[in-house]
Design a protein around this ligand. Structure first.
Ligand SMILES: Nc1nc2c(c(=O)[nH]1)N[C@H]1C(S)=C(S)[C@@H](COP(=O)(O)OP(=O)(O)OC[C@H]3O[C@@H](n4cnc5c(=O)[nH]c(N)nc54)[C@H](O)[C@@H]3O)O[C@H]1N2
Ligand SMILES: Nc1nc2c(c(=O)[nH]1)N[C@H]1C(S)=C(S)[C@@H](COP(=O)(O)OP(=O)(O)OC[C@H]3O[C@@H](n4cnc5c(=O)[nH]c(N)nc54)[C@H](O)[C@@H]3O)O[C@H]1N2
Ligand code: SF4
Ligand SMILES: [Mo]
Length: 757
């Protein structure tokens, strides 16, 4: 990516000129979302110990790389070249001048002394928690050579499929994977959102990012676990508050009293994994009482009669027992939802329709159906199909590949066996563990991991064992994570604030907008970008010709040109953005075979799944051995396992807890702060009790991200525990038997016992 350096240095705006240009927009975006998260100071937060300067400071543009909202940022740099403050870009439709607490604190990550600073190799062949890898500093050349030699060895001795890439999608990585000839690209998505993707692919025809919502303009918000305002997602919290201020009614159905629920008009503490029953009954009432939007349903959907037939047994009285919600409440909410337009069941990723239970894909289906029945699909105040820029240039079209080797189609994680979700190549963190351990369908010998942590794999203990079985593991990371501690060779990547890039707003886009990312400072350490690291490995493997003339800068430029801009224009833009702000025009057709939203899904039927959303219970129910439902969530102040080494975030949320019902705990003789074991059929963790009556007595909840065992993470080390040790992993055979078109990892579908440590 050498042409990165060729771009013109963008204008160095002064802080004052920038603020003057944007003060109106800042005021408009200031709805108090941070108070929601309960974690951000009321004043403009200071993200470093360095006080802001009175004199003018240089400003640079970036967008946040911590979560997928990609809020556009403005960074302030002092005379010594030190970044002193990050702010939200006021002209960004997502940030609207504000970041969330994690975004503001990203400078602490940038300057974290624990960051990886140079390539390293392991000298101790033993691996695992408590083992010192014996890191030695090596040159980039040696790191490339070691990796290339091991990959070539695996390829020659065991076939190219014995190599896997664990990474989010990336064209450079994909080119190398295809040049090697392995089908094994493993991503985390079956733990995160593939139940939604599968349903949208089957019923709407587009499934990439079905999380775009117009919450702010909704008049009735019915959340089945949608909880983005509690996650400190600034834009979601802002939109939620705006809707409430305009008089919208909010009902939150969640076993736990979340921040979203505390602001709602009504909290309905449902039994986990039973939302499907609630929603089937809602469909029943809305059809039975003829409350659906005839205009929308007749013009834009198909299958209403089949749906009517499918739900006729699912009355609110039928659902009452299953859900623990009185039939009268289900009747009332159904009627309110259908008659207070625009009404919306918002969804993100891990709520009722996310891959939490074996029946969650059906809940994703009923969410889609209910939003369609009230005419809220791609309508103001409803579910939106994101208005992302449409580039007609891709990496492959701009840099066509030389001939690729043939490749076997069966993957190590069996993901290709799922007809609806398989083609997305999202991959499966759950099945891969047993596949490595049993060497079925074939042995995996070497892997390259980028931006994934083993703490995020279901049954993390067993997954760590599986990694030990590999002959060779290379890891690209920013921090000395647990995945890094398992590596043979470590490549340090530059932090997002040190790199060039552009973000095309794949989430939360009401109109096409592209954000510029420029390095706010030069890389602090001897680090490189992902594409460059891939090219380095390819060269050493003798596959350099697959990357001839490839350039990140050129790709960005051509993509921008295809929407009428250019890299030069973007880098000179006064606000670091390219925007095509146009009024919202509702969709009148959908990219399915019928051109309509398919409430009866032919695609699901052809693929061997139920074409309509019938009732199915969750997999594991409370028993004498494991009497509590387990709920996994995440705190607003942390992003997965990435922020526990951030001093500012730790001040707000220093460790995770077992959240349980106060009355229930007292019955069991458990007091607040007491150390407890939480045990499932997969494993056991130790954590302190956090008591609240804002959770059902039959549930316990643990928030994810803690339990770091890497001693090199000096602040995060040994805080809290990883609830992922409790999640039963699923093997390929079981996954096929579950028959979930989204191949979800059923992250919450297990029960636990809790006892004093
Ligand atoms: N601050 C912060 N924000 C994040 C992240 C982060 O790590 N930190 N991670 C990002 C990522 S990768 C993801 S996938 C999303 C996930 O974020 P969310 O989609 O919000 O997922 P969760 O917090 O796991 O669960 C959401 C809610 O579902 C409830 N719930 C659990 N089981 C049930 C059930 O059976 N029925 C109902 N109705 N509710 C249930 C939980 O109590 C919780 O309140 O967040 C993203 N945003
Ligand atoms: N137990 C449990 N497991 C889960 C979940 C859960 O709630 N509980 N949630 C699931 C969900 S929703 C998701 S999305 C997945 C996420 O799965 P992962 O993405 O694997 O999880 P993270 O904890 O975010 O780990 C990211 C890793 O990337 C590194 N990193 C951060 N930024 C960069 C970068 O710019 N470059 C590189 N090279 N590395 C970087 C971090 O140091 C960290 O090691 O986890 C899933 N697994
Ligand atoms: S919501 Fe927070 S973490 Fe996510 S992109 Fe925006 S500032 Fe970053
Ligand atoms: Mo996720």
């Amino acid at each position: 990516m050498t042409s990165d350096q060729n771009s013109k240095t963008p204008k160095n705006l002064t802080r004052r000129s920038f603020l003057k240009a944007s003060s109106a927009a800042v005021a408009a975006g200031a709805a108090g979302s941070f108070a929601l998260a309960g974690c951000t100071p009321k004043e403009e937060p200071r993200t470093t110990a360095v006080e802001p300067l009175d004199s003018d400071v240089t400003q640079k543009f970036s967008f946040c790389g911590i979560c997928s909202a990609n809020c556009a940022m403005v960074a302030e740099i002092d005379d010594n070249g030190r970044a002193v403050q990050l702010k939200g870009n006021p002209d960004d439709q997502v940030a609207q001048g504000k970041l969330c607490v994690k975004g503001y604190a990203a400078l602490k990550d940038l300057y974290d002394p624990d960051r990886l600073k140079y390539p390293m190799k392991r000298t101790n062949p033993e691996k695992g928690p408590g083992v010192d890898p014996g890191w030695t500093k090596i040159s980039w050349e040696e790191a490339y050579k070691l990796t290339a030699d091991e990959f070539n060895k695996a390829r020659e001795n065991h076939g190219p499929e014995s190599i896997a890439f664990f990474s989010r999608g990336h064209p450079w990585m994909n080119r190398l994977r295809e040049a090697i000839g392995t089908p094994n690209h493993i991503q985390h998505h079956s733990t995160c959102f593939t139940t939604y993707t599968a349903i949208w692919r089957a019923c709407v025809g587009t499934g990439n990012r079905p999380f775009m919502l117009d919450v702010a303009n909704s008049n009735y918000l019915l959340s089945f676990g949608w909880d983005m305002p509690s996650k400190a997602k600034n834009m979601s919290a802002r939109d939620y508050v705006q809707a409430l201020q305009k008089g919208a009614k909010s009902v939150v159905v969640d076993p736990k009293l979340t921040v979203t629920a505390t602001l709602a008009n009504e909290w309905v503490p449902i039994k986990p994994g039973t939302d499907l029953a609630f929603m089937l009954a809602m469909i029943n009432v809305i059809l039975d009482e003829d409350l659906y939007d005839h205009e929308f349903v007749n013009n834009y959907t198909q299958g209403i009669e089949e749906l009517r037939e499918a739900v006729k047994e699912y009355t609110p009285s039928w659902a009452e027992d299953k859900t623990d919600v009185p039939a009268g409440t289900i009747y009332r909410i159904s009627r309110e939802f259908a008659t207070n337009k625009p009404a919306l069941i918002p969804n993100h990723k891990r709520d009722a329709g996310g891959p939490n239970h074996v029946n969650s894909w059906r809940a994703a289906f009923t969410i889609l159906i209910l939003n369609s029945l009230v005419g809220s699909m791609d309508r103001e105040g409803g579910q939106i199909i994101g208005r992302t820029p449409s580039f007609d240039v891709s990496f492959n079209s701009l840099f066509p590949a030389p001939d690729m080797p043939s490749m076997r189609t069966d993957r190590i994680d069996g993901f290709e066996k799922h007809p609806i979700i398989g083609p997305t190549r999202r991959g499966d963190f759950s099945t891969v563990t047993d596949a490595i351990l049993t060497e079925k369908p074939y042995p995996l010998k070497a892997a390259l991991v980028r931006k994934h942590n083993v703490l995020a794999f279901p049954d993390a203990v067993k997954s760590t064992e599986a990694l030990k079985k590999l002959d060779f593991l290379a890891v690209i990371d920013i921090w000395p994570s647990e995945m890094v501690q398992m590596a043979d060779v470590v490549f340090p990547e530059s932090y997002f604030l040190e790199t060039w890039g552009m973000g095309n707003r794949s989430y939360f886009a009401m109109y096409p907008q592209i954000a510029l990312r420029e390095p706010i400072i030069e890389p602090l350490h001897d680090t490189k970008g992902y594409g460059g690291i891939i090219e380095g490995i390819a060269q050493e493997m003798g596959l350099g010709h697959y990357f001839a003339n490839v350039s990140g800068g050129r790709l960005r430029d051509e993509q921008l040109k295809s929407v009428g801009s250019s890299w030069e224009e973007l880098t000179n833009s006064p606000n670091g953005l390219w925007s095509d702000e146009k009024p919202f025009t509702p969709r009148t057709s959908w990219p399915t075979d019928s051109g309509k939203i398919e409430l009866y899904s032919n695609k699901l039927k052809e693929a061997g799944y139920d074409p309509l959303p019938y009732w199915q219970p969750k997999r594991e129910m409370p028993s004498d051995d494991y009497p509590f439902y387990m709920i996994i969530s995440r705190p607003g102040m942390h992003k997965m396992s990435q922020t526990q080494n951030n001093y500012l975030m730790l001040q707000e949320y220093p460790e995770n807890f077992v959240i349980m019902n106060t009355d229930k705990a007292h019955d069991m003789g458990i007091s607040h702060g007491q150390e407890l074991y939480v045990e499932s059929r997969a494993g056991k963790i130790k954590l302190k009790a956090h008591l609240t009556n804002g959770i059902r007595p039959d549930c316990v909840c643990v928030e994810h991200g803690f339990g770091h065992w890497s001693q090199k993470l000096s602040l995060a080390y040994q805080r809290g525990a990883n609830e992922g040790d409790l999640i039963p992993r699923i093997n390929i055979q079981e996954m096929l038997e579950i028959k979930d078109p989204g191949a979800g990892s059923a992250m919450n579908d297990f029960c636990v016992r809790v006892y004093k440590a």
